[in-house]
Design a protein around this ligand. Structure first.
Ligand code: G
Ligand code: G
Ligand code: NA
Ligand code: MN
Length: 253
């Protein structure tokens, strides 16, 4: 059976699961938030990466329903952590362009927050640069989400075609530098200089800057020296299941 038909069934059968990857303060190394990352636990094939099913879900439109499930699950889980007395931190959710452009998107987010009881300041939406190609369409939507107190970040920065003008005009708070810029730092001087420039660009725009895909102590050191605010990556933790994330929050490490 093709994947287009398997996806709705997988959702109905409860085969999707969220993993979580902590976001860390670059200096104090405290957990300052977590990103929800979708996983498909197929009974026959095992874990299927979102990289192989999200593009198909986008193509057939199923991403709208799937993305809504991700929102519910992430907000519900974060509220539960807060109710357990764990630190109150923002949870970030990846939003595909198709999902974001859906006319009901803002309303759906509002309903999810209301019904789960999660305060808007504890939800962060990650959008990619591809959205910035249509600033007129998304400006109002970003403004109304921002107006509700939801944080917005630009994901995989540096891999798309974002204009600095749009970055300046749109109500974004966090710039996540794509991991390809961190990968060869510091051994490639060229990449290191580029990374430093991107951090400075983000800071000049008044954004909080996060580096993705941090894997080594040397990378962390470089990022600290260049005043990157936050890091995420295997150096601190891989994406983990809900139980493991809960334990990390309990231990504060
Ligand atoms: O976590 P992982 O490296 O497997 O993710 C692969 C890709 O899938 C990344 O680009 C990530 O942003 C994307 N992704 C993960 N979870 C979600 C999700 O819930 N919604 C969307 N739209 N993309 C996701
Ligand atoms: O597109 P997005 O930035 O949401 O993608 C997140 C993906 O990056 C997740 O699938 C996650 O598994 C992956 N990831 C997170 N940290 C690291 C890392 O340190 N190294 C590598 N190679 N991938 C990472
Ligand atoms: Na992301
Ligand atoms: Mn990213």
């Amino acid at each position: 059976v093709n994947m287009e038909k398997r996806l709705p069934r997988a959702l109905a059968e409860g085969e999707f699961e969220l993993f979580y990857q902590p976001k860390i303060h670059a200096v104090t190394m405290e957990i300052i938030g977590m990103e929800a990352l979708l996983r498909w636990n197929d009974p026959e094939e095992g874990m299927i990466s979102p990289a192989s099913f999200i593009p198909i879900a986008e193509e057939c439109g199923f991403i709208v329903e799937l993305g809504e499930w991700v929102l519910w699950e992430a907000c519900r889980t974060n509220k539960r952590w807060q109710d357990q007395g764990l630190p109150k931190l923002p949870i970030s959710v990846n939003v595909s362009a198709v999902q974001f452009k859906h006319p009901q998107f803002v309303q759906t987010v509002g309903t999810v927050l209301e019904k789960t009881g999660l305060a808007p300041e504890f939800l962060e939406l990650e959008v990619t640069e591809s959205l910035l190609n249509e600033p007129a369409l998304i400006k109002d939507r970003l403004d109304s989400l921002k107006g509700r107190g939801i944080n917005l970040s630009i994901d995989d920065f540096g891999t798309g075609y974002s204009s600095i003008f749009y970055l300046k005009e749109l109500p974004l708070q966090i710039l996540k530098i794509d991991r390809t810029f961190i990968q060869n730092t510091p051994h490639s001087q060229r990449d290191s200089l580029l990374l430093r420039s991107i951090i400075q660009l983000g800071k000049s725009l008044g954004l909080t800057v996060l580096a993705e895909g941090v894997e080594t102590e040397q990378q962390l050191q470089f990022l600290r020296e260049n005043e990157c605010d936050q890091i995420q990556g295997y150096y601190y933790s891989r994406p983990v299941d809900c139980k493991t994330m809960t334990r990390m929050l309990e231990d504060g490490s």
